[in-house]
Design a protein around this ligand. Structure first.
Ligand SMILES: C[S@@+](CC[C@H](N)C(=O)[O-])C[C@H]1O[C@@H](n2cnc3c(N)ncnc32)[C@H](O)[C@@H]1O
Length: 270
């Protein structure tokens, strides 16, 4: 995979999303670095579930050790750090928010390209990767999914975690979030030429292990101690509270998919 350019297309620019994915992402790295390396992965997984779900993906994506592993919309980089630790891959991250890009570099020492939906990646050059909790934060979902398809090499596998709505009209969604329905998601993937190889639901995985949760909680507590009075912290908390309530009520659920690019048929002369 070759990185061609730095390209930010302005996705996710609302103040609420900036607070959550830029400012708080940068603060999270400060806190996790102060608390110690065992806090980095739990601090850096924002919206991607715990180790059981990440292992489900890694088992099915089956990357070769030292394979280049693309993480699109990588946030603070926890899932990429986890993949490097557990599967020995070499992650390459894309992420539109500058604060999150810096956080991922500082926490995990990985290459991060600041980019939104326009991926600075050559056509058909990616063999394996994932995109976790990102699709519902993107306004132009057909273009985003088509871009994912564009960069996948023949036979590639991509993990997707998508928050899917039970019904089209979700009340009180976090600002800037657009949850597809299950049918809408199936149409999106089909329209882009992506076939689903395997699927699961985030809720079916055992809760986060106690130690992981303790570390994530310690990071949150320290973030609140340092920034609890800052309106950007309160905005980010309100955003994550909203999605938490939608998941708890069953209106939205985490759908995990492994997709592969549909082979392109070439018509042979008669
Ligand atoms: C819920 S977070 C998930 C972060 C990370 N994947 C994880 O699981 O911890 C969603 C991320 O998607 C990023 N994002 C928003 N719009 C994007 C786009 N058009 N392309 C790529 N990433 C985007 C946000 O900046 C944010 O970091």
């Amino acid at each position: 995979m070759k990185q061609e350019a730095t390209d930010v297309d302005g996705q996710g620019e609302s103040a609420a999303m900036d607070a959550e994915f830029d400012t708080v992402a940068a603060w999270t790295a400060d806190v996790a670095l102060d608390l110690g390396p065992e806090h980095h992965v739990p601090a850096g997984c924002r919206g991607s579930g715990g180790p059981a779900a990440l292992h489900w993906f890694l088992d099915r994506l089956a990357p070769e050790p030292r394979a280049t592993f693309l993480d699109v919309g990588a946030g603070v980089g926890g899932p990429a750090g986890f993949a490097a630790q557990e599967a020995g891959v070499r992650p390459v991250l894309t992420e539109p928010q500058a604060g999150a890009c810096r956080a991922a570099r500082r926490l995990f020492g990985v290459p991060v390209v600041q980019a939104g939906s326009a991926l600075p990646v050559r056509d058909a050059s990616v063999d394996v990767g994932w995109c976790l909790g990102v699709l519902c934060t993107v306004a132009d979902q057909p273009a985003f999914v088509a871009e994912l398809r564009r960069v996948l090499a023949p036979g590639a596998r991509l993990g997707l975690l998508v928050y899917v709505a039970e019904r089209a009209d979700v009340a009180d969604a976090p600002e800037g979030n657009h949850f597809p329905t299950a049918d809408g998601l199936a149409r999106l993937l089909d329209g882009a030429g992506l076939d689903v190889e395997d699927s699961a639901h985030l809720a079916d995985f055992a809760g986060t292990p106690a130690l992981w949760q303790e570390r994530a909680d310690a990071v949150d507590a320290e973030l609140e101690r340092r920034h609890g009075d800052d309106p950007r912290w309160r905005t980010a908390e309100e955003q994550s509270g909203r999605i938490g309530r939608l998941i708890a009520s069953g209106e939205v659920r985490g759908t995990m998919l492994v997709v592969r690019p549909r082979p392109v048929r070439t018509s042979r002369p008669a």
